[in-house]
Ligand binder design. Structure first.
Ligand code: FAD
Ligand code: UDP
Length: 383
């Protein structure tokens, strides 16, 4: 192949760009993927014993309010009517999340109206008077100390292994608090799971004669012909791998959290009655248990076996999969330097979660890839 563009990484960002370039511009794209499968972290596969679809890199729920992204993704897949709901096991009792009137009333063994619950939480949150500067202050200001300590403190400590007073408040801005009994996890206009699974969706995006995907191929491997040294400056590149790796870690490594997954086939038809059960207590070593059959109640799965995955969180070492940017002040300093370095690479467009060191939901990765295509990739390829 004589490619017009090299895309490094076959996650949603890379595949969206590749699809647009092939279909809109009619140009040839070579996608290099280090792993032995396409799709990045959204990849899923059937557990062989049960046939139950498992998301290999953690539970992935699609949701968006972005009309353009919704129309775009519907070209490749339909979506089931799945609505995500999460529960939390705290002190041996199960509560609904996000924290809502049901959670508050169960926790305080009360029957408060919305206004009464608001007044109670406001009273408990009153200890925070200034604008919240970190996750703990933000949490207390939103829900008061008793609820914060039950539902947020232990879970966050397990997930981040960092004092919540040193974490940015923005992390829990993702968690709404509601003064009604609505326990839908997401507020978005559109939500669902891809009917035939994530991998079928990702494969359809890549299904074009102008797109070639080379698996087990690392951009930095000097043995493969389209490696960094051979390509940069000669063929335009969209790079979605880790930004610090691209620059040989010259300003130091950016820190990430990784997850360990313990998967098990259990000989019961239904293990926990729902897809995601969080564990709020710090003494329980895992953060949550996923039970994948519940993502697709419409499928004909076995009734005597189920697949569960316990999820553990820790800091990523050099060889671990990077999942969530930690984003300490040091990280932000380093990132600024890497951003300056990017300016010196006009033929390389950095994108996606790893390439920009940003937590991006799937709809955000796809939305930013559509914008990058319009504003950067297409102009570069047409010049
Ligand atoms: P990735 O999917 O990470 O793809 C990058 C690809 O680049 C990888 O395949 C990697 O192997 C490849 N690569 C890296 N370096 C090289 C190299 N040197 N050479 C060749 N290839 C390379 N989003 C949601 O919307 N809903 C969710 O519920 C949700 N849950 C999540 C749960 C977890 C545990 C995690 C970690 C993420 C979750 N996300 C979720 C986010 C979602 O995974 C991302 O939005 C999406 O993966 C971003 O796509 P990407 O293309 O930017 O990156
Ligand atoms: N969180 C919490 N308790 C929970 C769920 C979430 O304290 O039961 C906090 C925690 O700090 C977490 C953040 O809210 O990092 C975001 O939660 P989300 O479920 O969005 O995390 P993700 O699925 O992205 O790991």
């Amino acid at each position: 192949m004589n490619p017009d563009l090299i895309v490094v990484g076959s996650g949603f960002f890379g595949l969206t760009v590749a699809e647009r370039v092939a279909n809109e511009l009619g140009l040839k794209v070579l996608v290099l993927e280090r792993r032995s499968h396409l799709g990045g972290n959204a990849y899923s596969e059937r557990e062989p014993e049960t046939g139950i679809e498992v998301h290999r890199y953690g539970a992935h729920l699609f949701h968006t309010s972005n009309q353009r992204v919704w129309e775009y993704v519907n070209r490749f897949t339909t979506f089931t009517p799945y609505v995500h709901r999460v529960y939390s096991n705290v002190g041996g009792e199960v509560f609904p999340l996000p924290i809502n009137l049901g959670t508050v009333n169960q926790f305080f063994r009360a029957a408060h109206t919305p206004d009464e619950a608001r007044a109670l939480v406001a009273e408990q949150a009153a200890e925070i008077t200034a604008s919240p500067e970190n996750l703990e202050e933000k949490g207390i200001s939103l829900i008061g100390r008793p609820l914060y300590e039950a539902f947020i403190k232990g879970y966050t400590a397990k997930q981040w292994q960092t004092d919540p007073r040193e974490l940015p408040a923005s992390i829990i801005s993702r968690l709404p608090v509601r003064y009604n009994y609505d326990n839908r996890y997401f507020n978005d206009d559109f939500e669902g799971l891809p009917t035939d699974g994530y991998t079928a969706w990702l494969e359809r995006m890549a299904d074009h004669p102008n797109i070639e995907i080379r698996l087990d191929t690392d951009f930095f491997d000097p043995e493969q012909p389209f490696n960094k040294d051979a390509v940069v400056g000669r063929i335009p590149v969209v790079y979605t791998g880790p930004v610090d790796r691209y620059f040989d870690y010259e300003h130091g490594r950016l820190s990430w959290r990784t997850l360990d997954f313990e998967q098990e086939v259990v000989e019961v038809g239904d293990f926990q009655g729902t897809s995601v059960m969080n564990y709020g207590d710090e003494e329980v070593p895992f953060t949550r248990i996923l039970e994948f059959r519940h993502f697709h109640p419409e499928r004909d799965y076995p009734s005597d076996r189920t697949v569960i995955v316990r999820e553990f969180s820790r800091f990523a070492e050099a060889d671990d999969e990077p999942y969530y940017p930690v984003n300490t002040p040091d990280d932000r300093e380093r990132l600024k330097k890497y951003r300056d370095d990017m300016e010196s690479q006009p033929q390389v467009i950095f994108g996606g979660r790893l390439g920009t060191y940003q937590y991006l939901d799937m709809h955000m990765a796809i939305g930013s890839a559509l914008s990058a295509f319009d504003n950067k990739v297409a102009p570069l390829l047409k010049s």
